[in-house]
Design a protein around this ligand. Structure first.
Ligand code: ADP
Ligand code: MG
Length: 579
């Protein structure tokens, strides 16, 4: 093969790949530029998940006409005056890569006007080339329009998911900046509809209300560290959920370091540790945590997307975060103990009080639970034969409210109750879709459910599959409320809104399965299955085992984890040196 030097456009595209992974990356970079420009209003508009159009308009400082072209040169930035500045970065951007990267991956039109100029200037890039430039009437600020993203890069397009899924990523990005900058007014329009509107009042609770809905925002508690952090050069603020408002994933632990959203496992765990055992197992908190450290202690220059950061005093910072969460929750429970008459604020769309929740989990003999175990009919003998690989099992008891001990003809079995029930429900839900007869239960009255922008995008993406499983839901008004009219029977009797958001959280994590119907069936199964920690009666154990025996693939849960361990009599005898 002959060696050849890449054309500037080819080289730019390769470099751009690091910065611009998907439409949401473009939105992120453009919002960061607007924030660095001191904007107080930022509007984001996307069409077809950002592939057809992304437009970000701000009222910031603008770009002087003679610098407009320069802004699109690689490594051109106004944010680092000298090398030394790299040691103390206070702007969101600094690498001078975003605009050239975007122009390499799409057609870009920019119109910008500095406030003291009479008119603005417009510049159009197509296929990486500046093709038009000239004066343009415009309000002060900058507007960037990106069209046909990845159109000339089929390889990139393959990694982009459905428009609804990409719109969901975009909603997540905008939500993060709305939480990070409560003083900035954000509007996000997806395909013409307002998906998010943060008022820019400067009150973090208003921003949280825009992202999570007013009821949940009202339940959040202000994070107040006990120790004097000034002396440590650390500032900490935020809003955290009380321990009875939980989530199925860690996606709603939002961390901001010097106003930059960051991904940091240790910090996330430090927040969770602050709840010290007050969370139900497998549940995660919702928290918005703002941390400020001297800029020279933070290195955001680890990766082009700048989401990973290195901290100089990591151990100390982790301790500060954990202790502040702990102290805040301790004050909260003290306040609740003093005033037992006032019920704790609840988020009906997420989780009720701890007590009702436990009662619900223990309420196993309820008709809803029974119905999930009853055989779904069909050709039972055929099914039994297919499941014949599973020996006939006799339940003996339960261990740790986690496992069922059962006797088999060849020895004994330990069955993971949750995994086994997941398998049973998963096959039943798939069968119901196949027969177009979901086991659905109408609600007495339609229930309004407030969904976050991220959840709304998921609902839009999976609406058909959710309906096929027995959900009857439709948008109700314009501000993210959906009306729920019926639910799958397997989850009937739970708080409908809370159950739906939990299902959506689970669904978001089902990335491993290709088929959307399977993803929905698996998340619904995980959501509806008995949990670890639930005590089962003998009858319930027997029912679960019989239902498992009837499964087509009884030995693994829908995600491929084992449902049971088999200890053969031979092995037991050898262990006890009977042989
Ligand atoms: P960086 O943000 O790392 O400096 P970019 O490629 O994103 O690099 O932007 C290049 C330069 O263009 C910025 O440094 C800034 O001077 C200017 N710029 C980009 N977007 C805006 C905007 N919305 N308002 C004002 N100036 C902007
Ligand atoms: Mg930038």
């Amino acid at each position: 093969m002959t060696i050849r030097v890449l054309s500037p456009l080819e080289a730019a595209r390769i470099a751009a790949g690091e910065v611009i992974e998907r439409p949401a990356s473009v939105v992120k970079e453009l919002i960061e530029n607007s924030l660095d420009a001191g904007a107080s209003r930022i509007s984001v508009e996307v069409r077809e998940g950002g592939l057809a159009l992304i437009r970000v308009v701000d009222d910031g400082c603008g770009i002087p006409p003679h610098e407009l072209r320069l802004a699109f040169e690689r490594h051109a930035t106004s944010k680092l005056a000298s090398e030394a500045d790299l040691q103390r970065i206070e702007t969101l951007g600094f690498r001078g890569e975003a605009l050239p990267s975007i122009a390499a991956a799409a057609d870009v039109e920019i119109v910008s006007r500095v406030p003291d100029s009479m008119e603005g200037r417009r510049l159009l890039f197509e296929a990486g080339e500046a093709v038009e430039e000239g004066p343009e009437a415009s309000p002060p600020g900058t507007s960037v329009t990106v069209r046909g993203l990845f159109r000339r890069q089929p390889a990139r397009l393959k990694f982009v998911r459905s428009p609804a899924a990409e719109a969901g990523h975009i909603a997540t990005v905008v939500s993060r900046y709305a939480l990070a900058y409560p003083e900035v007014q954000f509007t996000l329009r997806i395909d013409g509809r307002v998906a998010l509107q943060a008022p820019g009042t400067g009150d973090p609770r208003d921003a949280a209300a825009a992202v999570y809905g007013p009821r949940l925002a009202g339940a959040l508690v202000t994070l107040r560290p006990e120790a004097d952090l000034d002396a440590l050069g650390i500032a900490l603020a935020g809003l955290i959920a009380p321990p009875d408002v939980t989530r199925a994933s860690r996606a709603d632990v939002s961390l901001f370091l010097n106003r930059r959203w960051v991904r940091n496992r240790s910090l996330t765990f430090a927040v969770e540790e602050g709840y010290q055992g007050q969370l139900l197992s497998g549940r995660h908190p919702l928290a918005i945590v703002h941390l400020r450290l001297p800029p020279d202690e933070v290195d955001p220059n680890v990766h082009p997307t700048k989401a990973e950061v290195r901290l100089r005093r990591e151990r100390e910072v982790l301790g500060v975060v954990r202790d502040a969460v702990r102290a805040t929750l301790a004050r909260l429970s003290a306040a609740r103990a003093v005033a037992p008459a006032t019920p704790p604020p609840q988020d009906p769309a997420s989780v009720g009080s701890g007590d009702t929740r436990k009662r619900e989990e223990l309420r196993l003999a309820s008709p809803a639970y029974q119905s999930t175990l009853a055989p779904s009919g069909g050709d039972e003998t055929a099914r039994r034969e297919a499941g014949a690989r599973l020996p006939v099992l006799r339940p003996v008891g339960q261990v740790g409210a986690l496992y069922i001990v059962a006797e088999s003809p060849e020895g004994m079995c330990l069955i993971d109750q949750h995994a086994a029930h997941e398998r049973v429900l998963y096959e039943r839900f798939l069968d119901a879709v196949e027969r177009k007869r979901p086991d659905s239960q109408p609600l007495l009255a339609p229930e309004p459910v407030e969904l976050t922008a991220r959840h709304r995008a998921l609902v839009a993406e999976y609406l058909d599959e959710l309906r096929a499983q027995g959900y009857d839901l439709e948008p109700f008004g314009d501000d993210g409320v959906w009306a729920l009219r019926a639910l799958p029977s397997a989850v009937a009797g739970r708080d409908a809104g809370r159950s739906l958001t939990e299902l959506l959280d689970l669904l978001e994590r089902e990335e491993g399965m290709d088929d959307r119907r399977h993803r929905v069936a698996a998340s619904l199964a995980c959501h509806a299955a008995v949990r670890a920690g639930q005590t089962l009666s003998d009858a319930e154990m027997r029912e679960l085992i019989e239902a498992l025996e009837a499964c087509r693939m009884p030995r693994t849960c829908p995600h491929g984890r084992p449902t049971m361990l088999h200890l053969r009599s031979d092995d037991l005898a050898r262990e006890f040196r009977r042989r």
